[in-house]
Design a protein around this ligand. Sequence first.
Ligand code: ZN
Length: 151
Amino acid sequence: MLPNDLDELYKEVILDHYRNPRNAQRLDDAHVKAHGFNPFCGDEVDLQLRLNGDGAIREVGFQGRGCSISQASASLLTEELKGKTLAQTEALRQAFRRMMMGERLTDEERESLGGLEVLAGVRQFPVRIKCALLVFSALEDGIKEHRGRKR
Ligand code: ZN
């Protein structure tokens, strides 16, 4: 299920998140709801965010099914979101995308990725990059929709 050349330690972290996804509860009346589907391997992710009055993310919910990379990426992301604003979330998404494209990141960007850095090795497997990015594009759509509703 996982590419063979991934670093062993990273592989263990990815499998752990795949088997025990974090923040797996479903949040009712979330402010941001995101859904993503990747037809190439049937990956699916659902994400819910509840925000504080000041716009920071207070709670995260995640459900999904599909390949280990897509599910681990979503689970790892849920651990980085709490306390961030939607703008910071957007910056995180861009940093992650740049990492996947093999671009050089600033120290600040690398730091913002936190645990998501274990997915860096996935960029060697172009077909799996879509899996890793799925939750991020879903979140981008969800945030757009949320901002649209507020206007
Ligand atoms: Zn996949």
